[in-house]
Structure formats: structure tokens, C-alpha cells
Design a protein around this ligand. Structure first.
Ligand code: NAP
Length: 260
């Protein structure tokens, strides 16, 4: 028992020698996750749809880690399946998968277009499911792995004007638990981060709406919007050995929003 206690050190948080896939890593939260994992020592396989990589490339280069930049539209299922295969071809393994890519399309419920429902569900849910399944096949062989899904406050609450976003993020929370239950025996941990209100392109519209912005700010105990750097500690923790006994958990990083 004493040996167990003395073996713990800050090295438990190190990701040196690990390979991580991060989707949606060219900007916003995904860029922050990529930077955090690289600073903790991981090499990266980064995915985005537009392939506009200049800023992320500069950030990762400063860490001295290796990064491969892969352009893929995750609304296309064949492209999703290619991501895990290409990472395996390049690095020979997948230690960490951060399912971050996501989108939001706003419209009143009664006017919500069927094709917009399908697009949001495809990107936010179906691609996450398929990529997790492909990565998990590799992790089962390795007998280790970490999958971190990006959930939302709307994994817990209903929201307004974003029905498929809410449905997809509730499903992400459920899938996190379903994957954890089946894969725990292979030393694979699947957890989710539920970000609160973060200043990114995704939230530019509501931040620009003064009334909505004031409503949101007045409900956040921390009294401010977060930025992607507020999420960096959580993603390193959930990717590291330090969190090996945490599985199927949805970790809110929300400045206290859910506690209100
Ligand atoms: P963002 O700045 O709009 O970035 C979204 C990222 O997802 C981009 O890298 C984008 O790539 C990628 N992406 C979107 N559709 C894609 C597709 N079809 N194929 C490949 N990549 C695609 O958004 P964010 O705020 O950082 O959000 C990131 C994640 O956090 C999302 O899952 C979101 O739901 C979640 N989240 C955000 C907040 C918040 O307050 N911002 C709160 C809770 C949860 P391109 O730029 O190349 O299209």
C-alpha cells in the first residue's frame, strides 16, 4: 500500500510518447485541446474540414511536438473512417481520441428544417460514434486508450432554437457511458468534457446579442465567459494516467453554471 502511494508523481499527467487525434482542431476549443496535449508531450493527428491550419501549426511548432494535419469532412462517413486508419498508418497507434468537432444551427423548433437536423446529427453524433468505434478497435488491441467526447450544457438542459444540437449532445453523454461500460475491461477510459459558455466562433452570435449575453453572464457564478485555455487542464487530465480510474464521467467545465 505504501508503495502505491509513493509511486504517484506529476509524471502521471505527462503525455510524452502518446499519440492523440483531435477533431476540429484548426480553431476554437479544438485548437486549445491540441495545444494542451502537445504541451503535455503528445504527438498529434489533427482534423478539420476547411484545412485552414496556419494558426494551429504555429502553436504546435512552438511545443516541438510532431503534428499531422488532415483535412476531412466528418459529415461524410467514409472520411470519418479514414481518420483512424490514417493516424494508425502515420504513427502506428492511437492513444487518445478527442471528439471535439461540432456544429450548431439555430432556428425555432416549428421551422427547423429536416436537412439541418440531419447535418447536425451527422457531424455531432454519428461521426463521433463511428470514429470512436474505429479508434476503439485499435485501442482494444493495444489494451489501453482514452476517448474524450465533447458534450455541452445541452447534454443536461434543453436549450432553445437548437433541437438537434440538444439531442446530439444528450446522446454524446449517453454514448460516453455506453462505450465506458463495454470497453473498461480493455483498460480504455471514455469520458466527456461538458464546456460551459466559451468565447469561440460557435458562440459569436449570442455574444453579439446584448440581451442574451447579459442573461448568460448573470447566470455564470464565475461571472465571465470562458476561453479555450480554461479547458486545457481538463483534457490533459482525462488523457493521462492520472485519470485511469475515471470512466463514463461527464466533467462540466462551466464556471459553476450547472451548480446554479
Ligand atoms: P468552432 O470554433 O465553431 O469550431 C468547430 C470545429 O469543428 C472547427 O474546427 C470545425 O472545422 C470543426 N468542424 C465542424 N464541422 C465539421 C465537419 N463537418 N468536418 C470536420 N470538422 C468540422 O466551435 P467550438 O466552440 O470550438 O466548439 C467545439 C466543440 O465544443 C463542439 O463540439 C461544440 O459543440 C462544443 N461546445 C462548445 C461550446 C462553446 O461555448 N463554444 C460549449 C459547449 C460545447 P472547420 O473550421 O474546418 O469547419
Amino acid at each position: 500500500m505504501i508503495n502505491d502511494l509513493t509511486s504517484f508523481s506529476l509524471d502521471y499527467f505527462s503525455l510524452i510518447g502518446k499519440v492523440a487525434i483531435v477533431t476540429g482542431a484548426n480553431k476554437g476549443l479544438g485548437q486549445g485541446y491540441a495545444a494542451a496535449l502537445a504541451k503535455a508531450g503528445a504527438d498529434l493527428f489533427l482534423v478539420s474540414r476547411s484545412g485552414n491550419w496556419d494558426e494551429t501549426r504555429e502553436i504546435i511548432e512552438e511545443t516541438g511536438r510532431r503534428a499531422v494535419f488532415f483535412q476531412a469532412d466528418l459529415a461524410n462517413r467514409d472520411s470519418v473512417k479514414q481518420v483512424a486508419a490514417e493516424c494508425l498508418k502515420t504513427f502506428g497507434k492511437i492513444d487518445i481520441l478527442v471528439n471535439n468537432a461540432g456544429m450548431i444551427l439555430r432556428a425555432p423548433l416549428l421551422e427547423y428544417k429536416e436537412e439541418d437536423w440531419d447535418t447536425v446529427m451527422e457531424v455531432n453524433l454519428n461521426s463521433l460514434y463511428l470514429l470512436s468505434q474505429e479508434a476503439a478497435k485499435v485501442m482494444v488491441e493495444q489494451k489501453r486508450g482514452k476517448i474524450i467526447n465533447i458534450a455541452s450544457m445541452l447534454s443536461f438542459q434543453g436549450g432553445k432554437f437548437v433541437p438537434p444540437y440538444t439531442a446530439s449532445k444528450h446522446a454524446v453523454a449517453g454514448l460516453t457511458k455506453a462505450f465506458a461500460n463495454e470497453l473498461a475491461e480493455y483498460n480504455i477510459q471514455i469520458n466527456a468534457i461538458a464546456p460551459g459558455y466559451i468565447a469561440t466562433d460557435n458562440t459569436a452570435l449570442i455574444r453579439a446579442d446584448e440581451k442574451r449575453n447579459t442573461e448568460i453572464l448573470s447566470r455564470i457564478p464565475a461571472g465571465r465567459w470562458a476561453d479555450p485555455s480554461d479547458l486545457m487542464g481538463a483534457v490533459v487530465f482525462l488523457s493521462s494516467r492520472a485519470s485511469d480510474y475515471i470512466n463514463g464521467h461527464i466533467l462540466a467545465v462551466d464556471g459553476g453554471w450547472l451548480a446554479r
